[in-house]
Write a protein that binds this ligand. Structure first.
Ligand SMILES: C[S@@+](CC[C@H](N)C(=O)[O-])C[C@H]1O[C@@H](n2cnc3c(N)ncnc32)[C@H](O)[C@@H]1O
Length: 299
């Protein structure tokens, strides 16, 4: 009897996923299954890009044997990921020195207002970002006009300041090599435009920019929200359209409203999918608030 080899397809190399180590506003964990369905899996040799990294829920969930390239303009965030990659043991050791009390919190929060800040080590700065994220009010990363962290203390009873398992899982993810022996993951302190311009035919992009406010006000249409103005949203749409023209695959997230639908209305380039997410913790499904977002697929 001959063996039917089609029953044994060649094994693909897959990689262990990691999970976000930060709580991040707009984190994509809840929407991951919908995003995963629409994300294009690049062919061998092509690359996957995530230019607005934040908490990294999408890129860190990838198990594919391709190069993964992420970027963000937030320098402290990028420093954290560099330290998780290069010095996880030192990071964990430093975090264990950090306590969840209000006086200590403000001492750590105010480090970026002191003279010594510019010479603070990369490990201490990384531990500070993780610590503030776990102990500050609502995990909100917020800085003032001078770039100084200004979220108040969160008063949580037992925040999980040192999550060693998550840190080491992400460390392994960041250290992984493709089957061709290349570094699999690169994380750059760069604007989304720099990453978009690296894109070639066959590459795949997921863009998760700061959203257009759910109900845009006049101040947004003439100015900006989260440092990302309407003009920035238009420039991002244009970069996405250029990538589609080049033959790259593109997926973008944004809020569901008239401005976003107007921005991406050109059916030659984009198809808009509406996705629903449940927000709130009410026990009865009927009293949970269901809101929608859009996933925009390049064509
Ligand atoms: C909505 S968050 C991303 C959420 C993330 N994908 C997640 O799942 O947690 C947006 C991120 O974009 C970054 N950002 C803002 N403007 C940017 C720009 N011009 N280029 C690159 N990143 C930018 C912010 O620092 C922030 O981390």
């Amino acid at each position: 009897m001959s063996l039917d080899l089609s029953l044994f397809p060649p094994q693909e190399t897959t990689f262990e996923p990691a999970t976000p180590i930060l709580k991040w506003v707009g984190g994509k964990r809840a929407l991951l299954p919908e995003i995963q369905k629409l994300l294009h899996k690049p062919e061998p040799g092509n690359r996957f890009f995530e230019p607005f990294l934040g908490g990294g829920a999408v890129i860190f969930s990838q198990t594919i044997d391709n190069q993964l390239i992420a970027g963000d303009v937030n320098t402290e965030l990028i420093n954290l990921y560099e330290v998780v990659k290069a010095k996880p043991k030192e990071l964990v050791r430093k975090l264990k020195e950090f306590r969840n009390d209000e006086e200590f919190y403000y001492k750590i929060r105010n480090m970026d207002r002191t003279q010594g800040w510019s010479s603070t080590s990369a490990v201490t700065r990384a531990a500070r970002v993780l610590y503030l994220n776990k102990t500050c009010f609502n995990g909100l990363y917020r800085v003032n006009q001078s770039g100084q962290f200004n979220t108040p203390f969160g008063s949580y009873v037992r925040p999980n300041i040192v999550n060693e398992i998550e840190i080491y899982r992400l460390h392994n993810f960041l250290m992984s090599k493709t089957s061709t022996g290349k570094d699999r993951v690169a994380i750059l302190n760069a604007s989304y435009k720099e990453l978009a311009r690296m894109g070639k035919s066959g590459d795949s992009f997921y863009f998760d920019p700061p959203y257009v406010p759910i109900s845009p006000t006049a101040s947004f249409t003439s100015y900006q929200s989260q440092g990302f103005s309407l003009a920035d949203q238009e420039a991002l749409r244009d970069e996405a359209a250029r990538l589609v023209e080049k033959g790259a695959r593109v997926l973008l997230s944004n809020s569901d409203n008239e401005i976003v639908r107007e921005l991406y209305k050109d059916k030659k380039f984009f198809k808009i999918h509406t996705v629903g997410i449940s927000r709130g913790i009410a026990a009865k499904a009927s009293s949970r608030k269901r809101i929608t977002e859009v996933l925009i697929e390049g064509k």
